[in-house]
Write a protein that binds this ligand. Structure first.
Ligand SMILES: [Fe+2]
Ligand SMILES: [Fe+2]
Length: 139
């Protein structure tokens, strides 16, 4: 996974790394006629991994009362729907070609735009903690 997509939260970063690894394998399979039979199983694998990751990320967002989490959760639902649409469209010839690009763009922009809010909320919590500690010491 490229450095710019690391959030600095080890559990989430490890899951994103796994997701991007599956995505890259899927993109290779889409680009190769010989590997076309792998596209369906890889899409399913990516969907399963995303489902587990989103559940994990959403429970963490609840725990820290993350900013913009309602919109974030809607984006997770939309992403799963996109994967379902892609899996369904595999039976139509010629549809697979554009899929990789759409999934690729959506996943990368999601991490930057929405998962980045988790980092901002964690930083705010640390700032609050530091301020609280220093006001405690000055008493
Ligand atoms: Fe997310
Ligand atoms: Fe994520």
């Amino acid at each position: 996974m490229d450095f710019e997509y690391f959030l600095g939260i080890p559990e989430i970063d490890a899951q994103h790394d796994e997701i991007f690894t599956i995505l890259n394998t899927l993109l290779e399979a889409l680009a190769s006629k010989k590997q076309r039979h792998l596209v369906g199983p890889l899409l399913q694998q990516l969907r399963n991994k995303l489902l587990a990751h989103f559940a994990n990320e959403e429970s963490f967002m609840d725990a820290i009362d993350c900013a913009d989490q309602a919109a974030h959760k809607i984006k997770h639902k939309e992403m799963l729907q996109l994967l379902d649409d892609c899996i369904e469209s595999l039976s139509s010839p010629g549809k697979a070609e554009g899929l990789g690009k759409i999934i690729d763009e959506n996943l990368h922009s999601h991490v930057v735009e929405f998962d980045g809010k988790i980092v901002e909320t964690v930083k705010d919590l640390f700032d609050t903690l530091r301020t609280h500690e220093s006001s405690d010491k000055s008493r």
